[in-house]
Write a protein that binds this ligand. Structure first.
Ligand code: FES
Length: 412
């Protein structure tokens, strides 16, 4: 009996089989890749502070934080989505995933019980209803320009930026913003260092480093000016020094390189290091290093509002050349009889005639230990955690309540 294959070369059945198998595999491949290419959309309903819902449709597979920022909700993200800064906190009344390990570390138990989550830690994979906190809701994304960026001490620059006329940006004294740091790659020896500061730079071998940032990050910086700013903001940027085998900090190295006219983007304002505007209590400010910035913002604000509040500033730094804003505070002390300031140096030279040692020792020995009414004071502490914790312990021992103490600490 003849079949269809009779008369065909002997290898033809194998060829047909191979063609059918290849075709099948091709179909499976196309089916699978087309499934990958179709990105599913999900609905995010946002309850805003006025009690209205706003609905967004976003692509799945990204973090909720990225989806919100992409749609114009400028949630802050000081840690760049690492789940450590807690700035992207939102309320999610119901979600089909539980908080992950990172959220359990960063959020308090009571925040988790109230339905708070970190937007950077949630993947968009289903429809979700969220509530954005009132502080987050007032955050703006602002495009600014650098007006000037000058050294004011060996390792600190004063960065002044101008805001667009229609920015309508406002903040309270003591608050901060998150500045975006784009990818960059730069050799530190390209920075122009004033001759008088070159010894310090050489001692840290800073010009030997190259700093490369491969993806956009954010860094937090407090305003160093009064909120009544004439559409300008001032920051004090301290260079994060090489440590533990790592080079200088990415954020501060980038900001050190900015010149007049350069663009800069930030989101804010943020932070609770603010004062009660209606209080008339004495204000005691204690800071170290660039912790001076938000304290200056408070002091300039109180001074410009013609308040009669008694204020004192206690500033600790290493050496005389590390004292910045010296002329500003000296002049303020002459003009405003309600203000005084004291500096203590931890590494004074022989010319120094002021206080030496840690600033907290000077503060307690020369003032607080004899103060008759510590219960009527408000304390604003900004600097390294070790300084803040030490001052808090001493104040608590003298009966000062936690509500009287505001802290803004940075890790060293
Ligand atoms: S961005 Fe920092 S915790 Fe989410």
């Amino acid at each position: 009996m003849m079949t269809m294959l009779d008369g065909l070369p002997f290898y033809m059945p194998y060829l047909l089989l191979a063609a059918v198998s290849f075709g099948g595999m091709l179909l499976i491949f196309l089916w699978r890749t087309s499934r990958v290419a179709i990105v599913k959309k999900f609905q995010i309903k946002i309850l805003n502070t006025q009690g209205f819902y706003e609905t967004l449709f976003v692509d799945g597979g990204q973090s909720l934080l990225s989806a919100l920022v992409f749609k114009g909700f400028a949630l802050p993200s000081g840690c760049g989505g690492g789940g450590t800064c807690c700035q992207c906190i939102i309320k999610v009344p119901y979600h089909d995933t539980s908080p992950n390990q990172q959220e359990r570390t960063t959020l308090t138990t009571s925040e988790i019980n109230q339905g708070h989550r970190l937007a950077c830690q949630i993947e968009v994979a289903s429809d979700v209803n969220i509530e954005i906190q009132s502080q987050n809701a007032s955050i703006q994304l602002v495009q600014a320009r650098v007006l000037s960026n000058e050294f004011i001490s060996p390792l600190i620059k004063e960065l002044v930026i101008s805001l667009p006329v229609d920015a309508n940006f406002s903040f309270a004294a003591g608050q901060f913003v998150n500045i975006k740091i784009p990818p960059f790659n730069q050799a530190m020896n390209r920075l122009i260092i004033p001759e008088k500061f070159s010894t310090q730079w050489q001692s840290y071998r800073l010009d030997h480093y190259r700093v490369a940032n491969i993806e956009e990050i954010e860094r937090s910086f407090s305003m160093a000016c009064s909120p009544k700013t004439d559409n300008k903001l001032m920051f004090n940027i301290g260079l994060a020094l090489p440590k533990n085998g790592f080079g200088p900090g990415h954020g501060s190295s980038y900001l050190f390189s900015l010149k007049a006219g350069d663009a800069l983007e930030f989101s804010g304002p943020l932070g609770e290091f603010v004062s009660d505007e209606n209080s008339q209590r004495e204000m005691i400010f204690v800071g170290a290093g660039t912790g001076l910035a938000p304290l200056k913002s408070h002091i300039d604000h109180i001074n410009s509002s013609q308040s009669q509040r008694k204020m004192s500033l206690w500033f600790g730094t290493r050496s005389q050349e590390d004292i910045f804003h010296r002329a500003h505070f000296d002049s303020l002390m002459r003009r405003n009889r309600h203000f005084r300031w004291t500096v203590a140096l931890s590494k004074p030279d022989t010319q120094w005639q002021g206080a030496s040692g840690y600033i907290q020792r000077t503060l307690f020995d020369s003032y607080l230990n004899q103060h008759p009414r510590l219960k009527d004071c408000e304390f604003f502490l900004c600097g390294p955690s070790a300084m803040i914790n030490d001052i808090k312990r001493r104040l608590q021992r003298q009966g000062v309540a936690d509500e009287q103490i505001k802290c803004d600490d940075f890790l060293l």
